[in-house]
Write a protein of this length. Sequence first.
Length: 109
Amino acid sequence: MNQLLNQYQISLQFLDVSGAEYLDLLSIRDELAISTLTEEDQKIMEESDQILIKNSVLIYQELSRFINLTKYRQTNKINPQQWWWYLDVVSYLPAKLLTVKQKTYPEIA
């Protein structure tokens, strides 16, 4: 398993941490987004993302003690494809909308 993915997965098993540690967690997710993952690792990341989403309220509450996500996104030019930086928004969405599926697009010849 990819080392970053392993760290991401383990971090999501222990959610009683500070906002600074959640900030690290989201930074790891950034790195995973640009990593080349095996099909197996991709599946593990999707499962881990579901844990992140299901705990978005808890994580956002703790993060908000540490940073303002809206200002952080603006300062760091974070786009909506990096949805994990939008936990303040995700935490308000209905549960039925919160299933993450990675889209694959056919290559154009």
